[in-house]
Ligand binder design. Structure first.
Ligand code: SAM
Length: 290
């Protein structure tokens, strides 16, 4: 393990790390290096970092990118960040909650400030809000072409799994609708202080310029996905009709499944991203026929 300066900075600034904010900081520089390698950042890239902590990865991002916009919720860390990054002039620290920040405005502003051509997001994510952060970036944020995240190993497995497996769920469908996910490498607990109780995994999401399937009503698509996995032990027909979201009788849903060449007894968990699209498009067409 090649140690970075995380422990030193924590000691120097007498920081007490907060479990509630997911503050497990990386102390292994070779892991930092591999994460930044995986993000394909170069001198034309604006790097958005979520939760820079005391800036160990921020330093490496700054060295390799046009500039970094790092969004950190914990104001106690700001002096340590400024200290640790004082030898870089291309880092902007934003003391905000990533779930509330206006990310599009931040991206547009710093893309101009650093004259960047592309935008990549890199983060050792706080695990208490991993999924909401990833979903926010996938659904709401424009102009990003790649995201590389450290997440809990089980979450990474859910993101890449396919139909019919126990890990396949609403998160898998959403991630694969917006991106091409790839597991890059695992990181054991001893690479952090304090050591987390879980194993971590680096996952890369190459953002697709278009979804892989044509969906007429994206809102309906995700409502169907949510309802299907909300009651994953039930048949799809029962899960959809029990949800109360759709004005379809069981018979109408069975008819749609028949048109798709599927048995009326299937569970939602066997449908691919494309088959969910087919189902949601047929639900609209059926609706228009009513
Ligand atoms: N990047 C550092 C590293 O790798 O050593 C720290 C990673 S630590 C797992 C997660 C960081 O996210 C912490 O610095 C924490 O304060 C910050 N954080 C937690 N919740 C946040 C939020 N809602 N918005 C922005 N940052 C947040």
């Amino acid at each position: 393990m090649i140690k970075n300066n995380t422990s030193e900075i924590i000691k120097k600034h007498r920081l007490k790390l907060t479990k509630a904010l997911g503050q497990n900081f990386l102390t292994d520089f070779s892991v930092v290096k591999r994460i930044v390698d995986a993000s394909d950042i170069d001198k034309d890239t604006l790097a958005i970092e979520i939760g820079p902590g005391v800036g160990s990865m921020t330093r490496e991002l700054a060295a390799r990118s046009a500039g970094v916009a790092a969004i950190e919720i914990d104001k106690r860390l700001i002096p340590a960040l400024n200290d640790n990054l004082s030898d870089y002039s291309n880092v902007s620290i934003i003391n905000e909650d990533i779930m509330k920040a206006d990310i599009d405005t931040i991206i547009n502003k710093y893309r101009e400030v650093y004259n960047a051509k592309s935008v990549k997001v890199v983060a050792n994510l706080p695990y208490y809000i991993t999924t909401p952060i990833i979903m926010r970036f996938l659904e709401e944020v424009k102009g990003v072409d790649k995201m590389v995240f450290m997440v809990q190993r089980e979450v990474a497995e859910r993101m890449v799994s396919g139909p019919g497996t126990k890990d396949y769920g609403a998160l898998s469908v959403a991630v694969q609708f917006y991106s091409k996910p790839e597991i890059i490498f695992d990181v054991p607990p001893h690479c952090f202080i304090p050591q987390p109780e879980v194993h971590s995994t680096i996952i890369g999401l190459d953002i697709l310029s278009e979804p892989p399937v044509e969906v007429i009503d994206r809102n309906l698509y995700f409502k169907i996905v949510k309802a299907s996995f909300g009651q994953r032990r039930k048949t799809l027909v029962n899960a959809l009709s029990n949800s109360g979201f759709f004005n379809k009788t069981k018979e109408q849903i069975k008819q749609i499944l028949k048109e798709m060449g599927k048995s009326e007894n299937i569970r939602g968990e066997v449908l691919t991203v494309a088959q969910f699209a087919q189902l949601s498009n047929l639900m609209i067409n059926e609706h228009q026929k009513d």
